[in-house]
Design a protein around this ligand. Structure first.
Ligand SMILES: [Zn+2]
Length: 272
């Protein structure tokens, strides 16, 4: 199989670790020309720069909900992208960033971008696609997304990406922040990769419940029920910073899930 076909999907993880929580933004590159960002953590523009990835490359941003650790990178990302387009003297009309989110999150994006770039934000080439879940959208020849409401402390969505290639389908489900719920089991059904909130061990389940997150035990059960091939755990509580602590989460998931458990590192690249 040619290399270009074997690796049609790249999943690039970035983590903002200065925060009390491990905050994730996930870049999915596919079809050799599209890039879709899942959530927009505070340092995403900086991380992309360090990875040597131009902000202009990004076609879509899906933002799961309005909390700062998932959205604060958005104004800088759109500003950096606008600056890069100007620098490249590229036609901005054809390079609009499509932002997909629920109404509350779209309003938050508009509010914070105007707040920190007064008088300039309107020039950034951004198109907002305000969705009401459940819904499906065909983004391009390769990617269709399905969104459902999940269970967090504010309105939030989870998504399923179906990436179609001539040799088959690759599916990714992404939870954002959520309690375990039927919506995520539906979105993750038989997925090749489930990227899911794994906040803490089940011994701290009261904390996970209070803040609208999922424990490792609950994530393992959910992944098993949904029949996914592998789970990538995101959104850990501050207690889970070092490798030893993260391994406790991996172990707890594996006790209830037969597939592979992935603990992503900052700026890791996974090829599928
Ligand atoms: Zn949240």
């Amino acid at each position: 199989m040619p290399e270009s076909i074997k690796h049609c999907v790249e999943v690039i993880t970035t983590i903002t670790s200065e925060f009390p929580f491990r905050t994730f933004s996930i870049l999915v590159r596919y079809g050799n020309k599209y890039a879709l960002l899942l959530d927009c953590g505070p340092s995403i523009a900086d991380k992309l720069f360090k990875l040597g990835i131009s902000t202009v490359e990004i076609n879509y941003v899906i933002i799961s909900h309005q909390h700062g650790d998932h959205i604060l990178g958005f104004p800088i990302l759109t500003f950096a992208r606008y600056a890069e387009l100007n620098n490249l003297q590229q036609e901005k009309g054809s390079k609009r960033l499509q932002v997909i989110a629920n109404q509350e999150t779209v309003e938050q994006c508009l509010r914070i971008t105007k707040e920190v770039f007064p008088g300039e934000a309107d020039m950034f080439p951004v198109t907002y696609i305000c969705i009401t879940a459940p819904c499906s959208i065909k983004l391009d020849d390769f990617c269709t997304i399905e969104a459902r409401n999940v269970m967090h402390t504010v309105p939030a969505i989870g998504v399923r990406l179906e990436l179609s290639f001539s040799h088959g389908l690759f599916t990714i489900a992404f939870s954002g922040d959520t309690r375990p719920c039927e919506s995520m089991i539906h979105l993750a059904r038989n997925a090749d990769l489930l990227i899911h909130d794994v906040f803490c061990e089940h011994t701290y389940h009261a904390v996970a419940e209070k803040w609208g997150h999922t424990t490792a035990y609950e994530a393992g059960i959910l992944a098993q029920k949904a029949g996914v091939k592998q789970i990538m755990m995101i959104n850990q509580w501050y207690k889970y910073r070092d490798q030893e602590a993260l391994q406790k989460l991996e172990k707890e998931i594996s006790e209830h899930f037969d597939g592979k458990v992935i603990t992503p590192k900052d700026m890791s690249i996974f090829r599928f």
